[in-house]
Write a protein that binds this ligand. Structure first.
Ligand SMILES: [Zn+2]
Length: 327
């Protein structure tokens, strides 16, 4: 049975694993990226990790049908080049596909890391067993990331920039974003943004238990806001309600664009669980079509940090099948 290696290249760690074509994960491992040593060293580390996980799965690298790599940054998909990856020192115009396939002798394909995570959730995570082919993933962390799976495939767009959901415009003439736009979703709904909005509210004099954190000189995090809301703090509850309404609004827009079966919410903020998901679902129902039954489900991501390598393996499987179809 064909085996695929998926690699999730992160700024801190590289995670990889072997997945077979039926979606059985046969092995996985993680090593530090050591990005300071530069792109060549990181590519050698990825090649060694691919060999190691193949061995753990009882195979050799020669038995691997294809390798998929989920990478941060901007990608030239046509040429297999990482154009820039701000979290990886020295990664500018790196021909990752050519370099890794030269070392390993395997078919190599690259994917944006957020798109890879969406593929992972579609295949073996939130969409597992459901034959899901239409899915949107929203990742709520320090920033907001996203990925679309349409008809079972990742959507790149003409210039490789599709699914930059953190920069979906939520509020016309809203908060300035470093990207140059105004009112981006990320300025309202990332974990960092929730902390910033809480800090602003407290500093404007609104009464809250969160004020004690500020008076101790601590930063307010999104976790602090959810904890305070759970303890009954009125301001924190209001912040969570606003966050849920904003995310629900984004979900309605995504449904009008893509009509997905699932909107999968992942990232660090999903640790809040139903305290985040329930109000999003409530607001989504309230704000969505009333004339048509809304069938899209809003669900949590389930693979955590494994989504990246599993989705990268899925991308490798698709590339391998496409190569054989063409041949
Ligand atoms: Zn932006």
């Amino acid at each position: 049975m064909p085996l695929y290696v998926g690699i999730d290249l992160g700024g801190t760690n590289i995670k990889a694993g072997v997945v077979d074509e039926t979606g059985r994960v046969l092995s996985s491992a993680s090593v530090p990226t050591l990005a300071d040593r530069g792109p060549d060293a990181v590519i050698l580390t990825m090649a060694q990790l691919a060999r190691d996980v193949a061995a753990q799965a009882g195979a050799t690298i020669e038995k691997i049908a294809a390798i998929g790599v989920g990478t941060p940054g901007m990608i030239d998909f046509d040429h297999g080049i990482v154009l820039s990856a701000p979290n990886l020192k020295g990664w500018r115009d790196i021909p990752l596909v050519a370099a890794l396939s030269k070392i390993t002798g395997r078919l190599v394909v690259i994917e944006n890391d957020a798109n890879a995570a969406a593929m992972g959730e579609c295949w073996l995570g939130a969409g597992k067993g459901g034959n899901v082919r239409e899915l949107v993933m929203l990742t709520l962390g320090t920033g907001v990331g996203g990925g679309f799976v349409v008809d079972g495939k990742v959507v790149h767009g003409k210039f490789g920039m599709a699914a930059e959901l953190g920069h979906l415009v939520l509020i016309m003439d809203g908060e300035p974003c470093p990207c140059g736009q105004l009112g981006c979703l990320e300025r309202y709904c990332s974990a960092s943004a929730v902390g910033i909005w809480a800090t602003r509210a407290v500093e404007s004099g609104q009464a809250s238990s969160l004020a004690s954190l500020r008076s101790k000189g601590q930063e307010i995090t999104s976790k602090d806001v959810f904890d305070a809301a759970a303890a009954g703090d009125a301001l924190a509850k209001q912040l969570v309600d606003t966050l849920a309404a904003q995310l629900a609004t984004a979900c309605v827009t995504l449904c009008r664009l893509f009509d997905p079966e699932l909107v999968v919410i992942g990232g660090g903020m999903i640790a809040a669980g139903e305290a985040l998901l329930s109000p999003i679902r409530r607001e989504f129902t309230k704000r969505s079509w009333s004339a048509v039954k809304v069938r899209t489900k809003i669900v949590p991501a389930v693979l955590g940090s494994d989504a990246g390598f599993i989705g990268s393996a899925a991308v490798a499987l698709h590339a391998d099948r496409a190569a054989h179809t063409v041949a």
